[in-house]
Design a protein around this ligand. Structure first.
Ligand SMILES: C[S@@+](CC[C@H](N)C(=O)[O-])C[C@H]1O[C@@H](n2cnc3c(N)ncnc32)[C@H](O)[C@@H]1O
Length: 561
């Protein structure tokens, strides 16, 4: 008799709730007139002790401050108290960056405005249009993955900014300072952002830092025809440029101060800058974020060639600071070793198919295609270290070797295994370790990125001052995990949002101009995301997608101002 086989008991799948993937419910722009939850402007203050004036001339408050700290040190009851006062005194004697208007601006007010939704770009809606009339019930739940919450007008007026809602990525039109204040005060995003990428105008030739028209990428500095017609941009120019580099530094300092509030304890901020103002911006960041939180200055290639009367510049910089260096989240990235390239210059030996080994010829070094078939490229590496275990004689090919300096990196047993595995090779009086190029085909990324230039400079760019995606991808990957929030208050062509979307991070981006936002919107809508697999390549998205049983919800985003 055939036995009845019971279907295995399976546990019903439960919804997994991402605790971090919520944000406050926001009102639509149509409800603006009824929106009553106004907040007062917020005052931000600078720590004046960070930029004391060094001339203790009797008129300056720094003198009083200094004398008070000396008194505190002398009167301290504990060593700890004395140390705190002394280190504050020490900080006062450090050099600092000063500019016109800095001392007068120890605090500033920012209006606290709500962010209204102007447009919802819902992946669900796009997919539903594509699937046309052939509606399959099972797909309904699938499409919910990309669902966009719909709220009644009453809900929006009564519940906006008081109730939690599903997370959506956002593109916001507005001044970065005001928007950051809204994110802090209305949306409670203080301490929630894992990475901030800022690519501000570089503080030189401001006219060519902005693209005033969608279809005009060859923007020239100081040309009337290239001037913006947007009032917000005129204001941004004026705020940034009234006193030239002096107001530029004030503009950046204000934004850094609010950016710092948004960062999580493990978070990072990257500021992209050119060599003209890199030194000033670094000092500014030292002041706001603390020099102890400096992580690195990355040099990255921006173009393959440039002309100059003197030495041409082909690179830009990233100044990277941690919110708190002791808690910094850092993921080491690796690059592929390429023969003759970065990280592989020592690989100049070759092992032939019959096992014989020799140094490469000069021709083979310049053209590895000349190497015999099945040849294995290797380097001969150091086999000694400053610390034990090994200090013993090793007999190899009729000769006895000892570690010349220090110790062998391995004990006698390990050395025997290396011998058996043909991992030893003599070089003069030294015995060395054979390291094949394929053993560890990657090397750690450092702060020099020569592989990030865009050939032809503007040819592949949508926006005139667009950053190469590789640069921002690396910053995201080094400092965030999937699902974490990335923020860029200088959206431009939307490279940060684009990279964050591709890497499964949440994002918010801001620009004061409609031109870059329109370009970024188009770029995101028409981008190809590698995890969407088409069922039928020939038919495109209309043919449907191949779905995995679990996946991340990506693609909901909204335009706001
Ligand atoms: C150099 S671009 C950024 C380019 C971007 N990294 C990309 O890959 O496309 C700087 C952007 O900052 C914007 N911007 C300048 N001042 C601003 C402000 N006060 N608030 C918001 N955006 C601002 C400009 O409109 C410009 O689009």
């Amino acid at each position: 008799m055939a036995s009845k086989t019971k279907a295995p008991k399976t546990k019903p799948a439960k919804n997994y709730k991402h605790p971090e993937s919520e944000s406050p419910m926001r009102p639509e722009v149509g409800t603006q007139a009824q929106f009553k939850k106004k907040l007062p402007p917020k005052t931000y203050r600078y720590d004046s002790s960070l930029s004391p004036s060094l001339d203790w001339d009797g008129k300056n408050p720094a003198r009083e401050q200094g004398e008070a700290l000396i008194r505190q040190t002398l009167d301290a009851k504990t060593l700890e108290e004395a140390k705190v006062a002394a280190s504050k005194l020490k900080a006062m004697s450090k050099p600092f960056l000063n500019w016109a208007g800095k001392a007068e601006r120890l605090s500033f007010d920012v209006p606290t405005l709500p962010l209204f939704i102007h447009e919802r770009l819902s992946t669900k809606a796009i997919l539903e249009t594509l699937k046309g009339h052939r509606f399959d019930r099972n797909q309904e739940t699938m499409f919910d993955l990309w669902g966009d919450p719909q709220h009644s007008v009453t809900d929006q007026v009564l519940r906006a900014y008081e109730y939690q809602d599903k997370w959506v990525n956002r593109m916001i039109l507005g001044d970065s300072l005001v928007v950051m204040n809204s994110l802090l005060r209305y949306e409670g995003l203080g301490g929630q952002v894992q990475m901030i990428y800022i690519d501000p105008p570089y503080g030189v030739r401001f006219g060519s830092n902005f693209q005033p028209f969608i279809r005009k990428r060859d923007v020239s500095h100081g040309d009337d025809g290239d001037m913006t017609r947007e009032p917000e941009m005129v204001q941004a120019y004026r705020d940034t440029w009234e006193l030239g580099v002096h107001s530029y530094l004030g503009y950046l300092r204000d934004r850094f101060l609010l950016a710092r509030e948004l960062l999580s304890a493990t978070g990072s901020i990257f500021v992209q800058i050119s060599d003209e103002n890199m030194h000033h911006v670094r000092e500014l960041m030292d002041e706001v974020f603390g020099s102890e939180n400096f992580v690195s200055a990355v040099t990255f290639a921006k173009t393959t060639s440039a002309t100059s009367e003197n030495l041409a510049s082909t690179n830009d910089y990233l100044l990277w600071y941690a919110r708190n260096i002791d808690q910094l989240k850092y993921r080491q990235l690796y690059l592929d070793k390429e023969f003759g390239g970065q990280g592989a210059s020592a690989y100049t030996w070759v092992e032939l198919a019959d096992g014989t080994r020799r140094q490469m010829t000069n021709e083979e070094k310049t053209d590895p295609a000349l190497l015999p078939p099945q040849a294995r490229i290797f380097a001969i590496d150091n086999l000694t270290s400053q610390r034990p275990p090994g200090d013993f004689p090793v007999e190899f090919r009729g000769r006895v070797y000892r570690p010349k300096r220090g110790y062998w990196k391995t004990g006698e047993e390990g050395m025997e295994r290396l011998k058996q595995a043909r991992r030893l090779e003599p070089s003069g009086d030294y015995l060395r370790y054979v390291r094949y190029l394929t053993d560890f085909p990657v090397f750690p990324l450092t702060n020099l990125w020569p592989d990030t230039s865009i050939a032809g400079f503007t040819s592949e760019k949508l926006y005139v001052v667009q950053t190469t995606p590789k640069v921002i991808q690396r910053c995201i990957q080094m400092t965030t995990d999937p699902g974490e929030l990335v923020f860029d208050p200088t959206c431009g062509g939307g490279t940060t949002a684009y990279c964050a979307e591709q890497l499964g991070r949440r994002w918010i981006t801001v620009d004061t101009s409609r031109v870059p936002l329109a370009l970024a919107r188009q770029r995101l809508l028409t981008a190809t995301f590698p995890w969407f697999e088409l069922k039928d390549e020939a038919r495109g998205p209309v043919g449907g997608f191949i779905y995995a049983s679990s996946g991340e919800s990506v693609g909901n985003w909204r335009a706001q101002c």
